[in-house]
Design a binder for this molecule. Structure first.
Ligand SMILES: [Mg+2]
Ligand SMILES: [Zn+2]
Length: 186
């Protein structure tokens, strides 16, 4: 008997869950949830999905903020999610810059590989949601269905084209959750 598929959704952070900024999100004050995003996470949880985040945070490698600030942002995120009944099970972040040539900075798939191992997921049934091409590329390279949201850099990403085959586009994380859960029920 095959193991039942683990129900996990993998999200990018900036521009998907919270408002993004070209000047980076450097402090808890700058971390502001997008409308409906935390409720969308709660809705996924209620349907039995665990939520993991994979986020490039090169602001650390650039010295724009430190681990204390990142931890404080994530504490705020977890608390705000909990306030609407949502839970984020894991946050994987890459602190490097592109000059570090690490394996974790998206579009490389290192963080997704770690999530897949930790949660024993089947990539084919585990959507990756992002607002940037590199989120979708990282997912698609491992066989995850890529989902683009039009919040954050999403509109620019859509306009620039070149999305991985099979990319599904949603207005925002709330729309993703509704579409995805409706499809999963069929
Ligand atoms: Mg993003
Ligand atoms: Zn890295």
């Amino acid at each position: 008997m095959p193991m039942p598929t683990k129900k996990v959704v993998i999200l990018d952070r900036d521009g998907v869950i919270n408002v993004d900024s070209d000047a980076f999100i450097k402090s808890p004050d700058e971390w502001v949830a997008l409308p409906g995003s935390l409720e969308a996470i709660a809705r996924l949880n209620q349907a039995g999905y665990r939520v993991a985040i994979a986020t490039n945070q090169s602001g650390i490698g650039r010295g724009l903020f430190d681990m204390n600030a990142l931890n404080a942002m994530h504490l705020k995120m977890h608390r705000m999610a909990a306030a609407v009944g949502g839970r984020i099970d894991a946050v994987f972040f890459c602190p490097h810059t592109s000059e570090d040539h690490c394996e974790c900075r998206k579009p490389r798939p290192g963080m997704l590989k770690m999530i897949n191992e930790r949660f024993e997921v089947d990539p084919e049934h585990t959507p990756v949601v992002g607002d940037s091409l590199r989120d979708l590329q990282a997912g698609a390279s491992l066989g995850h269905p890529p989902h683009l949201v039009l919040t954050g850099k999403g509109r620019k990403t859509l306009d620039a084209g070149g999305l991985p085959d099979g990319t599904i586009v949603h207005d925002d994380l709330r729309a993703f959750a509704l579409d995805f859960l409706a499809d999963a029920q069929e």
